[in-house]
Design a protein around this ligand. Structure first.
Ligand code: DON
Length: 545
């Protein structure tokens, strides 16, 4: 029995006493996971199927041209691992490609066209997770995605609205325009999106594994198209791509065991720092102004450390042990004044944001107790806008997650340092924070898109979960959100979510409170209760916004 959830119809199919559960951002993806479980697949096969369908039906958010972080728990032996399928900078990537003659970063170089795209990790993750952890062949788990790509599916209002936002980007690339636009306009809801080339690429991947994507005709087409759009890819970059199995980050928060993303995600580090700082205070309701202030101060400190210390651990030395230790959290928490906001240092000038962006997340548990939390991305909406000719593969713009110049913010206004500088073969820092929380109540599996706001979303959800005696999953994913990321020095709040009194209480402590134009995130969570043995799924109501 299975509990299913997806953004457009939260908790639509809840079987009685389900032992497996899947939450994803799209009903077709969640249904694909269900199909694979009923065909004898485990949670890993189901997650492969869900991720592959998301690549087809949410091409603006994730896809074969992107990457992701997969947090896995194997029930048979308790093995927990993070499959790091983060994109890598190509060997030809030099910092000089991204700055002008005076050393000023060229924004478009990391966000559009060939220089923006890093070597994709998503296909290798599908191959790896299926081969190493799945019970079914990759070809079986890819079947639903191939079907939806080949036969097409009706795009929803969300797709139509997002495509309209990026109509120009899509129009600039002949392949992207041919595939994703209706004529030369963004399609209306109900339009049928058929992706025959992507179906063929998925079939090659199903048949040949990594060689079907990183070599042969697909590999050559990727290199040719990226370089025609100004990139510097080589076939050897693709051949060299490997997913990396890393030990996840683990810490305790008030008796709950939290397992989360390791570097190159900065998200898990920030989550560990933030929650362990908060452990030093009395907490219970993270939305109460007194506590919101503490959460904001903890986030401020964690994001500050990110900008100074964090980068790809295979390239830079990061003092991880200290950064995520209880002792360091105590030291940092001691600098938090419960009555007043700390000032983030004033930078030269405030940058402008880039608007809303996308990524996706899936959470799954099966009856055996296997779990997956996978956050998948091509970075900004429709990534770099390049579809490699004849492949249907839309490439990421993950190079923007690097720090082009110290102190100069990226699309998420994140200001990094030397540790996250561009280098050949390096993986850019991420905020993706797939997470498991285990306590006496059961196991929570969660994650979300939202760039830097992923961290605060997951932190608030973990705080809510730990402080709830009876788990209300829908309340956790639906609860109002606020965010702080050290710089810009302001508390961002979802519009209409907090009262004027709440706002005044934070302002009285010295915070600048700014309502965002839109709500953010699209959290996908599943929970398996120890008490009843049943599993539940919940999708963020914001997914239907
Ligand atoms: O890895 C990261 O942190 C970003 N590339 C994720 C982008 C994202 O979540 C956009 N979502 N709204």
């Amino acid at each position: 029995m299975l509990a299913l959830a997806f953004a457009s119809a939260p908790a639509a199919h809840c079987a009685e006493r389900p032992q497996a559960a899947i939450a994803s951002a799209h009903p077709l993806a969640t249904a694909a996971g269900h199909e694979i479980l009923t065909r004898g697949g485990n949670a890993f096969d189901a997650a492969v199927a869900v991720a592959a369908v998301l690549a087809v039906v949410e091409p603006y958010a994730s896809g074969l041209g992107g990457g992701g972080l997969w947090l896995l728990h194997r029930a048979a032996d308790g093995r927990q691992v993070m499959v790091d399928a983060r994109e890598t900078a190509p060997a030809g990537a030099k910092p000089e490609l991204y700055v002008d003659g005076s050393g000023k970063p060229i924004r478009a170089a990391t966000t559009r066209g060939g220089t923006a795209a890093a070597i994709p990790g998503a296909p290798a993750a599908l191959v790896h997770v299926a081969a190493r952890y799945g019970a079914l062949p990759l070809a079986a788990s890819l079947t639903p995605a191939i079907r939806h790509a080949r036969d097409g599916f009706q795009v929803d209002v969300r797709f139509a609205r997002i495509a309209a936002l990026r109509e120009r980007l899509l129009r600039d690339n002949a392949e992207a325009s041919r595939i994703f636009l209706d004529g030369d306009r963004a399609p209306q809801a109900g339009w049928r999106l058929r992706q025959a080339d992507l179906a063929a690429t998925l079939e090659l991947l199903a048949r040949e594994g990594n060689a079907g994507f990183y070599d042969g005709p697909v590999g050559s087409a990727l290199v040719e198209s990226v370089n025609r759009a100004g990139g510097v890819w080589r076939l050897s970059d693709l051949a060299a791509y490997r997913v990396i199995e890393r030990a996840p980050l683990r810490f305790q928060y008030r008796g709950a065991s939290v397992t989360t993303a390791a570097l190159p995600s900065a998200g898990g580090v920030a989550l560990a720092q933030c929650l362990q700082m908060l452990e030093r205070f009395e907490t219970g309701d993270a939305r109460a102004p007194r506590e919101a202030h503490l959460v904001v101060e903890a986030l401020r400190r964690a994001f500050r450390d990110r900008s100074v210390h964090l980068g790809d651990p295979d390239f830079v030395a990061v003092p991880m042990e200290r950064l995520v230790s209880k002792a360091y959290a105590t030291e940092r928490a001691a600098t938090i004044d419960p009555g007043a906001a700390t000032r983030s240092e004033v930078p030269e000038r405030e940058p402008r944001g880039i608007g809303s962006t996308h990524t996706t997340h899936l959470s799954a548990v099966d009856a055996a107790g296997n779990r997956v939390a996978a956050t998948l991305t091509i970075n900004l909406i429709f990534g770099s806008g390049i579809v490699a000719r004849g492949t249907g593969v839309l490439l990421n713009n993950e190079m923007d997650d690097f720090t082009v110049r110290a102190g100069v913010p990226n699309a998420f206004r994140l200001r990094g340092g030397e540790a996250n500088a561009i280098a050949p073969g390096k993986r850019p820092l991420s905020s993706m924070t797939p997470t498991f929380v285990e306590d006496e109540k059961g196991v929570l599996v969660l994650g979300a898109p939202g760039g830097s706001r992923i961290v605060s979303q997951v932190a608030l959800a973990v705080l809510d979960y730990v402080h709830m005696s009876a788990v209300d999953l829908a309340a956790i994913v639906g609860a109002p959100r606020y965010h702080h990321q050290w710089w810009p020095d302001r508390v961002e709040v979802e519009p209409g979510a907090f009262s004027p009194t709440w706002r005044a209480a934070l302002e009285a402590k010295g915070h600048r409170v700014e309502p965002a134009p839109r709500r953010w995130g699209n959290m996908q969570a599943v929970f398996r209760s120890n008490q009843t043995g049943t599993a539940h799924a919940a999708s963020d109501p914001r997914g239907a916004d």
